[in-house]
Design a protein around this ligand. Structure first.
Ligand code: AMP
Length: 473
């Protein structure tokens, strides 16, 4: 089946071809035809399945007819995080290259004035995070009564972040006659309730993750003898210098740890930058772009900042901290091994992580994770040497860390590395003022925004069967 078979018009087919896509993904095959018939769609799919195009393509076709009125956007896409919203906007730009659609992006860190000016002129597509959208609405800067199509993307993430009351309110501000395209990776009862209330006779489309993690991702751990931060950082550096590591994302459970690890790595000459929710949007965007282009080799990230990001070609995922929820582990390692490419995931497991690690093993299956032998490294490190003994190199290939020819300590920081170090932001100074809506939401439920204050708050223990199957292979 080709894109043309889905009922898409030539202008869109040209844009799809220019983007280099030949065959629609399963979610696109299933969601685009009913969406083009103006049906409501309930898509159960996660990032990496091509779901963004499954709603942007039919929207562009529909919005190609008609014109936008001042302050009355014709369509609305709600995304849980700024990065996801920005990614959706990029999709509209890519696929809408041959259409003259206007778009505004209402997310934190993007100039209020510029976006407001766009709204005044009238936009076909409004992409927003819920808090920012309601800020603009409450200031009387926009009306939602002209919405023809509304999309909720990553609804289960919205639930984690405490956005559901905002979503309900936004639904009620839009006309009943709207078309709704609703996407969620999982369907917890709260999400089911929202879809029952606001979707009209939706076509339900459910897809599995395209390639299973077990097929493409090698998962390994290093068991730490003690929970000691210096030893952990040394072990991380040891993993990073493995010869197969081209680039990677290093996950930490707290924003403060992200900062510490990024700074420590920079000090040791690694090309690393931090990304988390308290950093200024401009810095986050620049970091992501530099990581995508290869200018930055390591991204040190929190779960929320990295969630759903489409970063192709990540060779390695490093779990500096074992995630507290097994489903976070699945999301983290899903950043590598995408689109059938090979990927590797490494995790440091301290004695204090035993409970979390047991939950992860239950999800992945015990056979999926291999334990690296770092005993020589720890002996040496405890003795003050900090480097693995030579005998470590005699171990079988797969069970020992391999390193680049030059030792990290011997590397001189290259200019780019020094620059990265100098650019590390003053976190307190760069903290975004929280939007009023978000603050209210965080007082309500269990928002992910509080990750640094309380790392135990997460997305709950709900691990959908199909993810479990995918990881266990
Ligand atoms: P998404 O699930 O929307 O985040 O998309 C995941 C990745 O798949 C993105 O890099 C898309 O650009 C890419 N993609 C989307 N549709 C297709 C397609 N039909 N063929 C190949 N890649 C695609």
């Amino acid at each position: 089946m080709s894109f043309a078979d889905l009922g898409l018009e030539p202008k869109l087919l040209d844009a799809i071809a220019a983007a280099g896509y030949e065959t629609p993904t399963p979610i696109q095959k299933a969601a685009i035809p009913p969406a083009l018939e103006n049906r409501d769609v309930l898509g159960i799919a996660q990032t990496g399945t091509g779901k963004t195009a499954s709603f942007t393509l039919p929207m562009i076709q529909r919005l190609g007819r008609g014109r936008a009125k001042a302050r009355m956007p014709r369509s609305l896409v709600l995304a849980p995080t700024r990065e996801l919203a920005a990614q959706v906007a990029e999709n509209f730009e890519k696929y809408g290259a041959n259409h003259k659609l206007s778009m505004a992006l209402l997310i934190g860190g993007v100039s209020f004035g510029d976006q407001d000016a766009k709204l005044t002129r009238g936009v076909d597509v409004l992409v927003a995070t819920p808090g920012r959208l309601l800020d603009h609405f409450e200031r009387g800067r926009l009306l939602l009564t002209g919405i023809e199509v509304m999309v909720v993307d990553e609804a289960d993430r919205m639930l984690d972040m405490g956005f559901i009351p905002d979503i309900e309110r936004i639904f009620k501000l839009t006309p009943m006659t709207r078309q709704t395209l609703f996407f969620s990776a999982t369907m917890p009862p709260e999400i089911q309730r929202i879809t029952d209330q606001f979707l009209h006779n939706p076509v339900r489309v459910e897809v599995d993750k395209p390639a299973t993690a077990a097929d493409t991702i090698t998962q390994r751990i290093v068991r730490m003898p003690i929970k000691d931060d210096r030893t952990k950082r040394a072990a991380l550096r040891e993993l990073l210098t493995h010869k197969d590591v081209r680039n990677g994302i290093i996950f930490c459970n707290r924003k403060s740890t992200v900062d510490v690890i990024a700074k420590s790595l920079q000090k040791h000459g690694f090309n690393a930058r931090p990304i988390h929710g308290d950093l200024a949007q401009a810095f986050r965007t620049e970091t992501l772009n530099k990581f995508r282009s290869g200018e930055v080799q390591f991204l040190v990230a929190s779960d929320v900042a990295a969630r759903g990001l489409d970063i192709p070609n990540v060779s390695h995922i490093f779990n500096y901290d074992a995630p507290i929820h097994a489903d976070d582990y699945v999301h983290r390692i899903g950043r590598t091994g995408r689109a059938g490419k090979k990927g590797a995931a490494m995790m440091l497991v301290t004695p204090a992580d035993a409970k979390f690690y047991a939950a992860i093993l239950k999800t992945t299956g015990a056979d999926a994770i291999e334990e690296l032998d770092f005993s020589a490294f720890f002996e040496e490190h405890a003795a003050g040497g900090g480097r693995p003994r030579r005998s470590n190199r005699d171990k079988p290939e797969d069970s020992r860390p391999r390193r680049q020819p030059r030792k990290v300590e011997e590397r001189k920081p290259e200019p780019a590395k020094v620059e990265a170090s100098n650019e590390a932001p003053n976190v307190a100074a760069d903290r975004d003022p929280p939007a009023p809506r978000r603050r209210r939401a965080s007082a309500n439920t269990s928002p992910k925004q509080r990750e640094s204050a309380d790392p135990v708050i997460g997305m709950g223990d709900h691990v959908p069967d199909f993810i479990t199957r995918a990881v266990a292979g």
